[in-house]
Design a protein around this ligand. Sequence first.
Ligand code: HEM
Length: 505
Amino acid sequence: MILARGCPKPNAEAKRRGQMRILDTVGYAQTREAKRAVNDLYRPPAPQPKTPVRSLLRVLRQGDGDLLSLVPIDAYRKPYTYLGYSRRSILLVNDPGIAREILTDPLEVFPKNDLMVGALEPLVGDSIFVSSGDRWRRQRAMIDPAFSQLRINTAFASMQAAVDDYEDELDRRSESGEVFSLDHAMSELTADVICRTIFSRSLASQTAREVCDSFTEFESSVASVNLRQLIFGKPWADVRQPAAVLDACERIRRHIGDLVDPRLDGGDPAADDIIEAVLAARDPETGEGFSREELIDQLGVFFLAGHETTASVLTWAFFVLSQREELKRRLRAEVAECAGEDTVGIQDVKRMAFVRNVFRETLRLYPPITFIPRVASEATRIGRYRVKKGAMIMVSPWTAHRNALLWRNPDRFDPDRFDQNRFDPNRLDAAREEDKGVLMSFGLGPRVCIGAAFATVESGLILARLMRRYDFEILDPGAVRPVARLTTRPAEDIQVRVRRRAGGE
Ligand code: HEM
């Protein structure tokens, strides 16, 4: 338990003004005034954690593939905890130091988890997201340059073009007053960004649209199967996928092949896009490039890892912003200050600190990759736990980011906690020095997300432009509830209406 570390002692003046320091539930010192300020902070939707047995019963009864419902209440408080009711042991890790050790793993004791690898293999083969050891090192060295800062600067024009077109679409929806799904809207927009930045094709093209639709099918059917295997399966057992999932994988790979082939045979002129960078990549030792199949594997990963993740965080960010006038006001003021009514450029996005803090705080409360799974390839120890060979290790951004031992007011949406320049000892509700947590939404260590900078710039642009131009009205905010499937998503579509703002550029 963290006890009031770093907080100044109450002085006579504070006592006189009735600002006696009090201890909150985890022992942080607070003035009454600060406590009131905390109560003003928004508490966005989260599931009510239950005991382990109740969690298991809920999972089995509901069968909706929601991994969040497996997480018992203890997991939110302890540095690491066993989920004790599965056939193979599952260790959930909250502690940032231990998480970093597992994800850094210089002895390669904790490779990518067999269940995840098995589930993704029909789609992305043995590509960068799932591979291990020397094979992964070779792939990472070859792909890193495709996501360099220079590339992102070039890709930014394609991101802007995708947002231009999406604004036309939202203008139409604003005029018609139609109700639509916020999560689908974000998936469409981020899929278009990925298509344009990877292939220089907009989602409007037939093949790109078909890839996107098949991904939606893949994502909706893949997760629920794995949850039963997670609880009842043996380590390294075959992961069997239903025919619908395998069909979707086959279709996606065929369509990606259709997009790759014209580049390989010179039918399409070279463009300054990500596929061109991956085509140009050479193995540092052998000097060889990727084969056609390997290219399809890697491009499948960019689609899979790069579009639903960003769609997830944007969905939650727009939802939270739609609920808080004060956050909207501050965000719009910053956009006006940095970009006025002009096009939002990449340098503007980099200057928008509040927009970035909203993005980070959303990543904290709704990490798109809810759990980062590994497997113990041999018997070992983690902290004080003995870990059997085959144990499933779940580094858990979801619970680590909501752990009251690591974050102050963990369930409150407080973007200012990430504001490095604003530490104010009189504002204990926003005392960043009290936050001991580490943001692990992009992973940690050598396998940290290759697209983190890409996603940060893309999300900043989308938040700035769409919040400047529209109001988002959520029809039933009380019904919104997060679940963890392939990413952290709302259990049901969030129904929304947009309205073009008067004077909103
Ligand atoms: C907000 C958006 C995103 C989030 C939260 C996110 C999260 C993550 C996380 C947690 C990992 C580490 C997984 C692990 O260690 O098992 C990862 C890896 C990866 N991500 Fe992202 N990602 C995002 C966007 C993107 C984008 C836009 C791309 C590319 C277009 C991308 C491509 C990848 C790839 C290729 C890896 C594997 C890296 C490796 O193993 O070397 N991601 N991502």
